[in-house]
Design a protein around this ligand. Sequence first.
Ligand code: NAD
Length: 488
Amino acid sequence: MSGTETDITVRQLIGGMVDSTSGETIPVVDPATGDRVGVVPKGSTDDVDRAVALAVEAFPIWSGCSAHERAAVLHRLADLIDSHGDELARLESIDQGKPFSLARDLEIPRAAANLRFFADAVRQTQSEFFDLGTQGLNYTLRRPRGVAACISPWNLPLYLMTWKFAPALATGNTVVAKPSEVTPLTAHHVAELAVEAGLPPGVLNIVHGVGDIVGRRLVEHPKTPTITFTGGTGTGAAIASVAAPMFKRTSLELGGKNAIVVCEDADLEAAMPVIVRACFQNSGQICTCGSRILVHRERLKGFMSRFLESVAALKVGDPLDPETDLGPLVSESHRATVESAIARAVSEGGTLAHGGGRPGALPDRVQGGFFLEPTVLMGLDQGSDTNQHEIFGPVVTVQGFDHHGEAVARANATRYGLACSLWTRDLERAHRMAARIDAGMIWVNSWMLRDLRTPFGGMKDSGVGREGGEDALRFFTEPRSVTIAHRG
Ligand code: NAD
């Protein structure tokens, strides 16, 4: 990492640590202070072409290594991430605005866990075998597909980047990764650690820059047959329109408008801290965060008084302060977008039950940051713009419902279908409702209870495909079905 924490120069990983051929840079801003802390290269299409060429060259060597050899390198990288955990967490916090403790205790350890999980998985996978009786036998070979383009967003920068490149590399693909230009710092540091871990040159490349140049070129490049993307639904549609006619394989993890359903028999005592986290962790900037709470009308009053009390106790402030629950939003422009969503909610008849503005008293160090209060809105029906569009900030609405069929219908009444959190003590009801809710992930009496073996992803406009476990191993490999006839 070159420069101090207030003067960081991010570099690309293309064969080694290099600058962009464009010579241009984009400022990196700490959203907690509004100060510039460094620069990231504004990568060019030439940078992408060079990275892809190196990845193509490295593919036969890397894919020719045994699963054990590849796993050993990924384990070394995971160990290095762990041993640089505090440093990486600090960078993630400065870059994205998330509380340092969240990055240190959850997101950076998860980046290391992603690498270990897929390294171990490929050492233990089996292939299908079909006994065709007297006719013969059949087995499936799964081979890596070549160069994988891994495009990731700003909300969980290292967590999501490793979620993509770990299975790609473990299965023998080479990678060109493109982190968000908004949060490039941990990607830069991990690039240095990847070199230290002994990843051969060209196997993992990281090209920084804007989506319209670097991302677009990666998608349209003829030598990137596999594209894994996490980001907005609009960007996903743009990527699909380029990739589909080129018959590329895509995994698209997109936006959401997730419901939290609280039934009349929910254990509110246990639910409350989880629901508050589900709404406001990382200032609501997690794709699985709940943004519409649907509460059985019998419990609405009790729910609201507990919920508002818990929300009022949340501390908005300096992300480096261990007491902080909510840091700033990722950028000034994103805060402006969220503020205009709140103004729209009020103009369409919503009432503010909590928040809605910028917090008053902030410590001196973070006076220039892009903070927003946790915001709770009521009085908006499911058809309102507020309940239809993703806001991706610390904003939730609360609606009442009278029966479970209505709750399911409302939960499903958006273009999205990513996640849902359902609260009830009745297991039969939980099974019944979970089977009818159109979401890729349904958490009963929990939220973000994750096991890396389970499929992660959404339906409808929340995405195409699933990541995690077996789904990821299959996504990054091409099956060849081999049938051998018995003779005689
Ligand atoms: P975004 O779509 O603006 O950008 C995501 C990435 O795509 C960035 O690296 C960006 O530079 C790149 N990009 C932009 N235009 C591109 C193009 N034309 N071609 C190729 N790449 C391009 O998203 P964001 O603002 O960084 O992230 C927020 C969004 O991500 C939210 O909608 C959120 O719901 C979604 N998200 C989804 C998941 C999930 O798993 N479903 C997880 C996290 C975030």
